[in-house]
Design a binder for this molecule. Sequence first.
Ligand SMILES: *[C@@H]1O[C@H](CO)[C@@H](O)[C@H](O)[C@H]1NC(C)=O
Ligand SMILES: *[C@@H]1O[C@H](CO)[C@@H](O)[C@H](O)[C@H]1NC(C)=O
Ligand SMILES: *[C@@H]1O[C@H](CO)[C@@H](O)[C@H](O)[C@H]1NC(C)=O
Ligand SMILES: *[C@@H]1O[C@H](CO)[C@@H](O)[C@H](O)[C@H]1NC(C)=O
Ligand SMILES: *[C@@H]1O[C@H](CO)[C@@H](O)[C@H](O)[C@H]1NC(C)=O
Ligand SMILES: *[C@@H]1O[C@H](CO)[C@@H](O)[C@H](O)[C@H]1NC(C)=O
Ligand SMILES: *[C@@H]1O[C@H](CO)[C@@H](O)[C@H](O)[C@H]1NC(C)=O
Ligand SMILES: *[C@@H]1O[C@H](CO)[C@@H](O)[C@H](O)[C@H]1NC(C)=O
Ligand SMILES: *[C@@H]1O[C@H](CO)[C@@H](O)[C@H](O)[C@H]1NC(C)=O
Length: 361
Amino acid sequence: MKHLKYLFFLPASLVLLAVSCSKDSSTTSTDESGDWIKRSSLNGDARYEAASFVIEDTGYIVTGFNGTDRYNDTWGFTPNSSSGQWLQKAQFPGAKRNSAVGFSVNKKGYVTTGYDGARPLKDTWEYTPGANGGSWVQRADFPEPVNPGTGLNFGRYEATAWSLTANGVAKGYVGFGLNSGQSAQKDVYAYNPANNTWAQVASPGGDKRSAAAVFVNANKAYIISGLYNNSSLNDMWMYNPDTDTWTEMNKISNISTEGFDDDYTDIVRYNAASFVMNNGSVVKGYLTVGVNGSLTNKTWEYDFATDRWLRKTYFEKSTRTGAVGFTMKGRGFVTTGSASGLTLDDLYEFDPTKTRDDNNN
Ligand SMILES: *[C@@H]1O[C@H](CO)[C@@H](O)[C@H](O)[C@H]1NC(C)=O
Ligand SMILES: *[C@@H]1O[C@H](CO)[C@@H](O)[C@H](O)[C@H]1NC(C)=O
Ligand SMILES: *[C@@H]1O[C@H](CO)[C@@H](O)[C@H](O)[C@H]1NC(C)=O
Ligand SMILES: *[C@@H]1O[C@H](CO)[C@@H](O)[C@H](O)[C@H]1NC(C)=O
Ligand SMILES: *[C@@H]1O[C@H](CO)[C@@H](O)[C@H](O)[C@H]1NC(C)=O
Ligand SMILES: *[C@@H]1O[C@H](CO)[C@@H](O)[C@H](O)[C@H]1NC(C)=O
Ligand SMILES: *[C@@H]1O[C@H](CO)[C@@H](O)[C@H](O)[C@H]1NC(C)=O
Ligand SMILES: *[C@@H]1O[C@H](CO)[C@@H](O)[C@H](O)[C@H]1NC(C)=O
Ligand SMILES: *[C@@H]1O[C@H](CO)[C@@H](O)[C@H](O)[C@H]1NC(C)=O
């Protein structure tokens, strides 16, 4: 396993060598901006494609896959000043699965959809934190439509989920992903916990997609890239829940004739980790790891105010896919994932205000 880790380090150190030998200072600044710091590893089994949600100061991971076995355990990570603590929570009562999604509404967590090894799923479960690891109850199924091609509506996997407040009502949203015909979709549904109902909402323009990333800021959701027809998409869409409308943001590749996107060569990806952090009063989105043709460790910072991206320090440990990204106490974390057959249980914090330091990871 150590040997394998070295393989993943090699390309990064070669790149660094090339950069440090270069006299072009414009290429040296941004990839050094920010620091990945090792924190407490998951106490449970290493895994990837886990579902996640955050309730107050605790980030939860539920279910997941290690390449052969699927899981049904629940873990909560609560950061402290130096590292943080993982505690096992109540076992997820649904079938073991991977590629499910999670969201939280009104201090409850939800896990829905996923893949059990045979077929996609649509059952939905609600988690309430509490004594003895909290508790789970089943809620209304994700409203997977019948696929006209197969006549089946087992469920969906590799979807994307987020939470927003629509005209004063707090809701969870689940959309995109693959159906039981393994076809990418772009229908989106809002779950209202107040009456346990799902209702379809608007879809964006652009392609269908799976394994897309999402940022939420100022009660808007931003759907980023994703996979369609074996290619990473280069678009990004903002959802406004009050008006139920989508707006396309700048392309996340070097498309415009202006200079701002000349460096946007490696933002696109799928199965990424994303999180949003507040630096003082300035809120930024962070996108790291995932796949675009091959595993990528490139990290990008999104400025919601200007719709522009800035390159940050690449993810400094094993580059990976199917990792979880979340924010607790205003701090961003990435955990678990798969690095070409090596399933991971480590957890890193990203501090965008520091300079890259290889001694703390
Ligand atoms: C997955 O976990 C099971 C149970 O711990 C183990 O037997 C199996 O070898 C693991 N598979 C991989 C690919 O690591
Ligand atoms: C933070 O968590 C780590 C890992 O669980 C633990 O070793 C450490 O004592 C904790 N520190 C504080 C200040 O609670
Ligand atoms: C959850 O996992 C445990 C441990 O593998 C297993 O004993 C239990 O049957 C699983 N529950 C379900 C509903 O699959
Ligand atoms: C659920 O509540 C929302 C408002 O919160 C309402 O628009 C919707 O009609 C309700 N659905 C049902 C089936 O009662
Ligand atoms: C899928 O990709 C192939 C190969 O790049 C291309 O020929 C085809 O037109 C694409 N299909 C769609 C529906 O975009
Ligand atoms: C994607 O590529 C794989 C392997 O090359 C191929 O089997 C599959 O049909 C492709 N999918 C699409 C949607 O083109
Ligand atoms: C970005 O595209 C412009 C043309 O629109 C081209 O001149 C420039 O070299 C490209 N930059 C990169 C880094 O590929
Ligand atoms: C990344 O994705 C873009 C868009 O799908 C594609 O043009 C590019 O070749 C991909 N890069 C790799 C290394 O696959
Ligand atoms: C965070 O805020 C501090 C103080 O305003 C500033 O110096 C720093 O550049 C900011 N970092 C990022 C990543 O925005």
